[in-house]
Write a protein of this length. Sequence first.
Length: 103
Amino acid sequence: MIKPISIISILFLIGLSKTSLNDKPCVADANQAIAIAEKEFIRVYGEKVEEEKPFFANLVKDSIWVVKGTFPKGNPGEIRKGGVARAEINANNCKIIKIIHGK
């Protein structure tokens, strides 16, 4: 007869092995991060945020995608103010940690 503690230990070890086999990040690459951020940028800031394309993404600390817009180009000699949209996305669960826009 198998003791209850042994069954729990076996189930725990099986659970550990499954999670290590499926440890793929939810956001696997920069293109996915940009797609998620762009959708959220449009939801929060509207279609005008499209002027900040192209968006760029960098993976920080192996688990956070930082996505930023590009400051729109103006006419030569024109003084421009403002900032760009920026999002931080958890690579492991696809959740947006932070979304801001510089001014």
